[in-house]
Design a protein around this ligand. Structure first.
Ligand SMILES: NC(=O)c1ccc[n+]([C@@H]2O[C@H](COP(=O)([O-])OP(=O)(O)OC[C@H]3O[C@@H](n4cnc5c(N)ncnc54)[C@H](OP(=O)(O)O)[C@@H]3O)[C@@H](O)[C@H]2O)c1
Length: 268
């Protein structure tokens, strides 16, 4: 049986990936700063040591420094973690799936095909683009994902977690009417990513996106409608001058997810 090294399991997507690996009864090891196999992506030595110890056949890299504001404050660290570290993992020679993001695009020309030119608006997007290039150079598989949502018992992360938190804490929320994404349930993402890593020999750069393109505001309204809820806490908002916020980074997907947005939102 193949053994998978999963990074980022303490994160939002990583929690769904770990659950998917468990569901399939695959052999895996979790690597990270707070994981059974110690690995700090900012420290090349620890990456090399973890790779040696892991006895892994496959790498699923879902770790990232994922907060655009923090990446902007320390672009060099963002590049180390989201860019250079990816090159070190992919350079191991093991089959690897690198998770990337719709935020490598400027948002001026969406919806985007995988062949469209990347033009990040901020350091986070630039560091993730550096990671894509490093992964591709070493022959890895790179999958760009859109805005993710889903329900985790222990966390309010993800696009729907933020909505739930606002309702539960009675906190007002402005939702952009002019920012378009193709939202995807993290559980659907995890199922397809594990398929692609384990059961396929696909390489190169691809898009995996949800079935519909909609604004943050529309996403919120659909969430309410699916759950039979109403609220006066949310108001339509605008990106304003749009600095650092991409207008339309919706992705044209290489795969169909297999269920409707409403069906996925019912589990969020
Ligand atoms: N969430 C979304 O909507 C979305 C959309 C598109 C693409 N993505 C992509 O999906 C992937 C996962 O994103 P996410 O939202 O799940 O992120 P997240 O919730 O912020 O989790 C990030 C993970 O990375 C780990 N990590 C951060 N710095 C590290 C370091 N120096 N060494 C080792 N591990 C480190 C964190 O572990 P600790 O902090 O515990 O060490 C955590 O497990 C990323 O590649 C992201 O670009 C996410």
């Amino acid at each position: 049986m193949v053994r998978v090294l999963l990074t980022g399991a303490t994160g939002f997507l990583g929690a769904f990936l770990e659950a998917e690996l468990r569901r399939r009864e695959l052999d895996f090891v979790l690597a990270g700063r707070n994981a059974e196999l110690e690995m700090d992506l900012a420290a090349p030595d620890s990456i090399a040591a973890a790779l040696r110890e892991s006895r892994a056949d496959l790498i699923l890299n879902a770790a990232a420094w994922s907060t655009p504001g923090e990446c902007a404050r320390d672009p060099a660290a963002a590049k180390r973690i989201n860019g250079d570290a990816v090159g070190l993992l992919a350079g191991s020679g093991l089959r690897m799936l690198q998770v990337s993001t719709d935020l490598v695009f400027s948002g001026l020309e969406g919806p985007y095909l995988p062949t469209a030119e990347a033009a990040p608006l901020h350091e986070y997007g630039a560091s993730k683009r550096a990671g894509e290039l490093a992964a591709l150079e070493s022959g890895a598989l790179v999958i760009r994902l859109p805005l993710l949502f889903g329900r985790l018992s222990h966390s309010s992360r993800g696009a729907s977690g933020m909505l739930r938190e606002s309702l539960e804490e009675r906190r007002p929320l402005g939702l952009f009417v002019d920012e378009y994404r193709t939202p995807l349930h993290a559980g659907d993402a995890a199922r397809i990513l594990v398929d692609l890593l384990v059961d396929d020999d696909l390489l190169g750069l691809h898009h995996l996106a949800g079935p519909e393109r909609l604004s943050r505001w529309e996403f919120g309204q659909r969430f309410l409608s699916v759950h039979g809820l109403q609220t006066d806490l949310w108001s339509p908002a605008s990106r304003g001058d749009g600095v650092g916020r991409a207008k339309d980074v919706s992705l044209i997907s290489d795969w169909r997810v297999g269920r409707s947005l409403d069906a996925a939102l019912a589990e969020a």
